[in-house]
Design a binder for this molecule. Structure first.
Ligand SMILES: [Zn+2]
Length: 286
């Protein structure tokens, strides 16, 4: 059976934005911020070389803060022919914003993007995949063609549903009769979903953060490589065509031992017939 697999490296260049997004204006730890600077400089350079050496064009999702704070570094990505996508302004969690705030951030992000690339953006990733109930409608309203934040499937793109219309949330202070409700049918939007997966993401297992118990940071990259390979192997066996998106961050994957993992993992991917390395925009078009 002829296989066709669209593989996309999706790189979140959170840089410092993810660290200074303290949500309440408190001061970020300067050592954490320096890790973001490592990502924007060293990590980005290492990944660009890795992609250049292998003839791969990737998709780099950039917070506006990263574009404006590291213009020369991000210009290397842009001028290298890679796709650039939206990733908020300061990596703010849109699930915690009002709809008005979320729309304002989107408008500003698009303005910065257009000044940087001369184009209208095609795709968006919610910072930390923290989507709000309004996000898909906002993407549609702003003419964004695809999202890469949801997980209804793990290897087949689909039309993103409008989350807001589907559920009744529990409120223990109210009579259960007010919230004992099944989900209603999704309203489908015009936004293509290129699904993501926490299980093919470098950050949680391989980037220690003293303030974030959801991260680990000391998992052997060789073990992570096996987990990623097993996911790919199952999909390759079960589907004639599928998308495989790899979510990574320059400040994580740019570390020496993880760069070696990427070299080995790419050899594994390339050993399969029918694999193509494309941008997320290409997956969206298809
Ligand atoms: Zn991010």
């Amino acid at each position: 059976m002829v296989k066709r697999v669209l593989i996309s490296y999706c790189i979140d260049v959170d840089a410092c934005a993810g660290w200074i997004n303290t949500q309440n204006g408190t001061v970020a730890n300067a050592s954490d911020v320096s890790r973001g600077i490592f990502g924007a400089n060293v990590g980005t350079d290492r990944l660009l070389k890795f992609f250049d050496d292998n003839g791969i064009k990737a998709t780099w999702f950039m917070p506006s803060h990263t574009i404006l704070s590291f213009p020369e570094q991000m210009a290397k990505v842009r001028d290298g022919g890679h796709e650039i996508g939206l990733h908020g302004y300061t990596h703010e969690f849109v699930s915690k914003l009002t709809e008005e705030q979320e729309r304002k951030v989107m408008a500003k992000s698009i303005e910065v993007y257009k000044q940087f690339t001369g184009k209208h953006p095609k795709g968006w990733v919610a910072p930390a995949w923290e989507v709000s109930p309004h996000s898909m409608q906002i993407l549609e309203d702003f003419g964004i063609e695809y999202d890469h934040s949801l997980c209804h499937h793990d290897c087949q793109p689909y039309w993103a549903p409008d989350v807001a219309s589907t559920v009744v949330y529990t409120d223990y202070s109210q009579d259960p009769d007010t919230w004992m409700m099944p989900m209603s049918k999704h309203k489908v939007t015009q936004v293509v979903e290129i699904p993501g997966s926490w299980n093919i993401d470098d950050w949680p297992p391989m980037h220690y953060s003293i303030r974030n118990p959801g991260t680990h940071g000391f998992v052997n990259p060789r073990d992570i490589q096996v987990q990623w390979e097993d996911q790919f192997t199952f999909m390759y066996r079960e589907y004639e065509t599928f998308s495989f998106t790899i979510s990574i961050h320059p400040q994580v994957s740019g570390k020496s031992n993880i760069m070696l993992m990427h070299e080995r993992f790419l050899d594994f991917l390339k050993s399969h017939d029918g694999v193509e390395f494309v941008t997320a925009a290409t997956i969206c078009d298809e």
